[in-house]
Design a protein around this ligand. Structure first.
Ligand code: ATP
Ligand code: MG
Length: 496
């Protein structure tokens, strides 16, 4: 049986019309205003003959208008491919072709990028959009929870991105699972500086509609503005990845965040232990979380009462969710042992777009094989170690690059660090480190001394490469596959 629900935004505008929904660059919109905007935008969809069940792609940045269009598409029942605006024209062409979108709606600022797209698709810029005539309004009264509403490509950290199909039900359950875990406080306000084209940002918009909670949207991440707005608007929750948190911490200096700030939701990648410790010192309530595009946002989160004893853990699976750890034969392994993380729950994708083979390979009996390695401790707390594809095996020992990177990043003279395995005759593989200095005088000896203090001998980087920047994608994730390419081309690319 297919479950249906009333249209979220319409319902919200009915229940709490005058509550703040969105704050962007000093402008505040109530739920009623957001609904009216989205409704009139949905009416424009008729002018470009986009109909229910068809696919549109969008290329936007974090702006109020982008939110209205996303809501309009959702309310109209148009499957929306949400494109990453930092991709090159070539990458965009590939995703547009892959998704078979009928129309591309884009923000005029991306004109140049769009003009170079090598895929035959109807384009409508935001300038053109604003000129469109409104036709009859055809918004959905009900959402069918099994229906796909968004398609989001994975970050492509490990290879070619895959289009993840997310249903209304996936988003609904994700928002509910988060509320059951973090709680919902009457004065909650969520600061969104992460891209709304990623699940981290988009899921904040879904929670806003479902909870009736204001979102303070920033067009990009700027630590000064973050601290300013947390104070100005009494923000209670914010989503961050670790590089953002480090910058907020540095900007804070000796000051603290207001006590009303109750949750720094840290996800997207491994959380360096020293960073978590620094946050503890500053009373920043960090909730470490594990999730992915395929789980429509958080899947496991560490509850606050455990944040001290379980430092570094991503907590337990959220209420509707389950986790298993298995070996390469897909057998469950004992607690404490490391293996692949499998996840199951109503927020897990129904599959990858046009990839029945990958879907069948990754989702078996409703269990998604994440490709991440982790373990559950004796009380069932999840520790995510790293991606299976980035694991370094040295003389039979498993080494997780993220652990070494965490140690290197804790040095005040290091602004970024990346670790990969290099082939070695004796040990098969040995770790090597790429370092971006913030202190020009920092020496290899100092870094090695720090590693010797914190890490077992077999984990010590055998070589340090000092570079100007590390390859990170739009989600600020380290692209270790690029580092491996650098290493192969050693001499040409490294040390510039
Ligand atoms: P692709 O699948 O294309 O390689 P991606 O996996 O980086 O890209 P996302 O869905 O944005 O795309 O990221 C999810 C991944 O991020 C997880 O599978 C995991 O590897 C990593 N991750 C998320 N949270 C954590 C965490 N708490 N600790 C360690 N890794 C994490
Ligand atoms: Mg992935």
């Amino acid at each position: 049986m297919t479950e249906t629900m009333p249209n979220w935004l319409k319902k919200r505008a009915d229940l709490s019309p005058n509550r703040e929904a969105l704050i962007f660059e000093g402008n505040t919109y109530t739920f009623k205003q957001v609904f009216e905007k989205a409704k009139s935008y949905a009416a424009k969809l008729g002018a470009i003959s986009l109909n229910r069940g068809e696919t549109a792609a969008v290329l936007f940045s974090n702006q109020a208008e982008s939110v209205f269009i996303l809501y309009a598409l959702q309310m109209a029942g148009i499957r929306t491919v949400i494109l990453n605006n930092r991709l090159t024209s070539e990458e965009l062409s590939w995703q547009l072709g892959d998704s078979e979108a009928k129309v591309l709606l884009y923000e005029t600022r991306f004109n140049d990028k769009v003009s170079e797209i090598n895929y035959d698709i109807r384009n409508i810029s935001s300038d053109e959009w604003s000129q469109l005539q409104e036709k009859t309004v055809t918004i959905l009264e009900e959402y069918n929870l099994d229906e796909v509403t968004t398609i989001m490509y994975t970050s492509g950290t490990t290879g070619n991105p895959k289009g993840v199909m997310q249903t209304y039900g996936n988003h609904w359950w994700s928002a509910n699972a988060s509320a059951l875990n973090l709680g919902l406080h009457e004065h909650d306000k969520w600061l969104c500086t992460v891209p709304i084209f990623h699940i981290s940002g988009y899921s904040i918009l879904m929670r806003s509609q479902i909870y009736g909670m204001p979102v303070i949207l920033h067009s990009s991440f700027e630590e000064k503005k973050v601290i300013e707005d947390i104070r100005k608007y009494q923000v209670t929750v914010m989503s961050v990845v670790s590089t953002m948190l480090r910058r907020v911490l540095a900007e804070l200096g000796s000051e603290k965040l207001p006590v009303s700030f109750r949750c720094m939701l840290l996800g997207g990648g491994p959380a360096p232990l020293p960073l978590l410790e620094a946050c503890l010192d500053k009373d920043i309530p960090v909730f470490q979380t594990y999730g992915m595009t395929e789980t429509s946002s958080q899947f496991a989160t560490l509850s606050p009462e455990y944040s001290i004893q379980r430092l570094g853990s991503a907590g337990k699976a959220l209420f509707p969710n389950q986790i298993r750890i298995v070996d390469s034969d897909e057998q469950d392994i004992p607690q404490g042992a490391e293996g692949e993380i499998l996840v199951k729950g109503p927020n897990v994708t129904i599959g990858y777009l046009n990839r029945p083979d990958v879907t069948a390979d990754k989702i078996r009996d409703k269990w998604l094989h994440t490709g991440d390695i982790g373990y559950l401790d004796s009380e069932g707390f999840l520790y995510v170690l790293d991606r299976r594809s980035d694991l370094i095996i040295s003389g039979g020992e498993n080494i997780y690059p993220a652990e070494i990177e965490g140690v290197l990043l804790s040095h005040p003279g290091v602004s970024d660090a990346g670790v990969i395995g290099a082939s070695d005759e004796k040990w098969q593989q040995v770790p090597v480190a790429f370092i971006v200095k913030s202190d020009p005088d920092i020496s290899e000896d100092a870094l090695l001394a720090l590693c010797e203090e914190k890490l077992a001998k077999y984990k010590l980087p055998k070589k340090f490469y000092f570079v100007e920047d590390l390859p990170r994608n739009a989600a600020k994730k380290l692209l270790r596959r690029k580092l491996r390419e650098w290493l192969e081309a050693e001499g040409d690319a490294i040390g510039h």
